[in-house]
Design a protein around this ligand. Structure first.
Ligand SMILES: [Zn+2]
Ligand SMILES: [Zn+2]
Length: 362
């Protein structure tokens, strides 16, 4: 029986164990991928602290943002563009929607498929074992769509595209075109917010404003396309932050506000939006937030975005490759660790010392 090393959560809030986990036999159409980098996301930390609302059953291999090199393919497969894939190709791969529930087949909204398969929460002791990204290998189910990673995109950035960046692309997909006179406010200066700033700038916004903290993250925001930034550690009153946005927009408020922080930032963000504006909510896990329905902007649109469809993985990888000379994407990955240092990486993210950690396998 072949095994590989993996970082396994065996008890909530306890150190992860590096365990030997079984490598499964491949089903037709499936792949075995040797992981080159895995990035950690806030959801991994929430899952480590305790079960998420829909419940997790331990032990699980942590991580759902993988990039890796194909080790083995069962049968012949193509990538999302129809090109053949082969052993040695560096790839990322999409989640799998069931294709037959109401959301998949009637509403055509596979991101909210009730039978969707995703990674980082599956039992490590049940077939196919390797469905978490902090492991030397991952199993890729036959239904996943495969996206090749160009040489110019690092494995850590490609891994971050597998959750954070593709969700941003999904948000812009639903938002539609940004007009050249429009001002976009981004709430949050982590990897979601800073990637969103780059896309807003690239899509032609007149002005991109990022609101976040700490100061060094906001410096990254500026290099990622922000025309101006506001530090919530120094401007502590929400009223002053709303006034800052109004001062940038002739008193109207922003045309577009994108929430890339936590859902508790929504009420403040709505106050920054002009009447008729568009609000995109991407960040999650903010606790309870109350919105006064009488005070929301008139004629506004609210988009509550979750996850992404396979094309959003492709769009994120394409953006990283084609805009690499314009934006310093690597600055969004704030620290690199080896698999043996997984508990340090988790601690550093849980204590907010590190915004986005990458586990490197090479
Ligand atoms: Zn994630
Ligand atoms: Zn479905």
């Amino acid at each position: 029986m072949n095994t590989c090393r993996a970082a396994v959560i065996t008890a909530h809030n306890q150190p992860l164990e590096i365990q030997q986990v079984r490598i499964p036999d491949l089903d037709p159409g499936s792949l075995l991928v040797r992981i080159t980098a895995s990035t950690l996301c806030g959801t991994d930390i929430h899952r480590w602290h305790g079960p998420l609302p829909k419940g997790d059953s331990l032990p699980i291999i942590t991580g759902h943002e993988p990039c890796g090199v194909i080790e083995e393919i069962s049968g012949s497969r193509t990538d999302i563009l129809g090109n053949p894939i082969k052993r040695g190709d560096r790839v990322v791969w999409s989640y799998v929607a069931c294709g037959s529930c109401y959301y998949c087949s009637v509403a055509l909204q596979p991101c909210i498929c009730r039978g969707r398969a995703s990674w980082g929460h599956n039992r490590a002791d049940e077939h196919p074992f390797l469905l978490g990204s902090c492991a030397e290998y991952m199993y890729v189910p036959p239904e996943c769509l495969i996206i090749k990673v160009p040489d110019e995109v690092t494995s850590a950035s490609a891994a971050a595209s597998a959750c954070a960046y593709r969700t941003v692309m999904h948000g812009y997909d639903r938002l539609g075109a940004i007009k050249s006179h429009e001002t976009v406010v981004i709430q949050g200066s982590g990897p979601l917010g800073n990637f969103a700033a780059a896309v807003a700038k690239d899509h032609g916004a007149k002005k991109v404003l990022v609101i976040g903290a700490p100061a060094n993250r906001l410096e990254v925001s500026r290099r990622m396309g922000a025309d101006d930034t506001l530090n919530i550690e120094t401007v502590k009153d929400a009223k002053d932050r709303v006034e800052w946005v109004k001062g940038h927009t002739d008193g109207r408020g922003a045309d577009v506000v994108i929430q890339c922080a936590t859902s508790s930032a929504v009420p403040e963000g709505l106050r920054m939006l002009r009447d008729g504006g568009r609000y995109v909510s991407i960040g999650v896990s903010g606790g309870n937030a109350m919105v006064d329905i009488e005070r929301i902007p008139q004629e506004m649109t609210f988009l509550n975005v979750r996850s992404g469809e396979p094309r959003h993985w492709l769009q994120a990888i394409d953006f990283l490759a084609s805009r690499r000379d314009r934006f310093p994407f690597e600055e969004m990955i704030s620290a690199h660790y080896k698999l043996d240092q997984i508990n340090q990486a988790i601690d550093d993210m849980a204590s907010f010392k590190v915004v986005k950690a990458a586990i490197d396998f090479n």
